[in-house]
Design a protein around this ligand. Structure first.
Ligand code: FES
Length: 256
């Protein structure tokens, strides 16, 4: 049971004829959404990279982030597809004579609701364990030298370098950084053919896996014969978008 006080978030006049409304609960910008004859309140922020969900499309009980397409269950706040991995905070709603009231759930109730929903989702997909339990592999396997694509100088060509980078897996999305569309450019330095420059991005500026992905990408390239040093240049221009992923990656993440 929540210890928080109920607060009036919308009068009957304010919600008349509407199915969603921006409200404030517990000093937090939130979205009031009607599904059938029930009302739900969720914090108005995508947990992937802070985009407001105010104008997000609502489909089958889920709201879609307008920025990168993550979807969240409106009743529980649980993420339903990548790139979001963390649930959105939701609030309790009470319909009263003068309008709608809301308050934060107790931490225990919230955890229990969101864990139950996550479990159902994982079981439904036939997964064996929570993705968050999969450890980050800091030592990507070296590609077989016999499979290397070489250029006319006998050095690994772009295909070989991209194959090496495909061993680097985003630990939150479980897709390699090439198929995710994070690689923008790869070239050899003119002054030294044994040094390469990789220009890459991240799915968001706040991506917590950024440092690991950068060091793994560098290690993967430097594991190739003929690559003595790999310089990694990070850029957020253009910003990453789901359209940059390969079709396989989109299928894997359930983004259409
Ligand atoms: S900000 Fe919402 S999916 Fe990236």
């Amino acid at each position: 049971m929540s210890d928080f006080e109920w607060e009036l978030i919308a009068t009957n006049d304010e919600i008349d004829g509407k199915q969603r409304l921006s409200v404030i609960v517990d000093d937090t910008p939130a979205l009031l959404i009607q599904l059938g004859s029930f009302w739900y309140v969720m914090e108005d922020v995508c947990t992937h990279d802070g985009q407001p969900l105010t104008d997000g499309e609502i489909i089958d009980g889920e709201i879609k982030c307008p920025r990168h397409g993550a979807r969240f269950d409106i009743k529980t706040g649980v993420p339903k597809c990548m790139p979001a991995t963390q649930p959105i905070r939701i609030f309790e709603v009470s319909v009263r004579e003068d309008g709608l009231y809301s308050r934060p759930y107790s931490e225990k109730d919230l955890k229990s609701m969101q864990e139950t929903n996550e479990l159902e989702e994982i079981e439904g997909e036939g997964a064996s364990e929570s993705p968050s339990l999969v450890p980050l592999d800091l030592n990507p396997p070296e590609p077989e030298s016999s499979e290397l694509n070489l250029d006319e100088r006998g050095l690994p060509n772009e295909t070989a370098m991209l194959d090496a980078l495909k061993t680097v897996i985003d630990p939150e999305l479980f897709v390699n950084i090439v198929d995710l569309g994070l690689i923008y450019d790869i070239s050899r330095k003119e002054e030294n053919e044994n040094e390469v420059v990789l220009t890459m991005t991240l799915t968001s500026p706040a991506c917590p896996a950024g440092p690991q992905l950068i060091s793994q990408a560098k290690a993967a390239l430097e594991s190739l014969p003929g690559v003595n040093e790999a310089e990694i240049k990070m850029t957020l221009s253009p910003p990453w978008a789901p359209e940059m992923m390969t079709e396989e990656a989109r299928d894997q993440l359930g983004i259409f």
